[in-house]
Design a protein. Structure first.
Length: 114
């Protein structure tokens, strides 16, 4: 993978994360917002890149790290006496990470063929 497609994939992942984060900011969740989702999708893309050389365990460890961070944030939010405990943000974070692993290389590859 050349440098241009690498940065294109990271840019697409960043854009996807910013869109999801913007929506979560509108809902006013305290767990994750604009910057957090941008970082989550970039982390997913980097894990996807590393998995091509080092194997699928990189993706699994990325998911475990993300899940641990989300659980820590959720427990801290619950200890703050906030009763609203939906899991939409957590699921959106995991889906964003998964999407950024799968789709940016596919999109960049499709654009390069045209």
């Amino acid at each position: 993978m050349d440098l241009t497609s690498t940065f294109s994939s990271l840019g697409i992942a960043l854009g996807l994360g910013l869109l999801v984060g913007l929506q979560r900011e509108q809902v006013a969740t305290q767990l994750a917002g604009l910057r957090t989702f941008a970082l989550i999708t970039v982390l997913g893309t980097i894990c996807g890149f590393l998995a091509t050389n080092f194997g699928g365990w990189v993706i699994a460890s990325g998911f475990l790290a993300l899940t641990g961070a989300l659980m820590t944030g959720h427990v801290a939010e619950l200890k703050g006496e906030k009763v609203e405990s939906g899991v939409t943000t957590e699921v959106a974070a995991l889906a964003s990470s998964s999407t950024s692993i799968i789709f940016p290389p596919f999109i960049v590859g499709s654009l390069a063929r045209r």
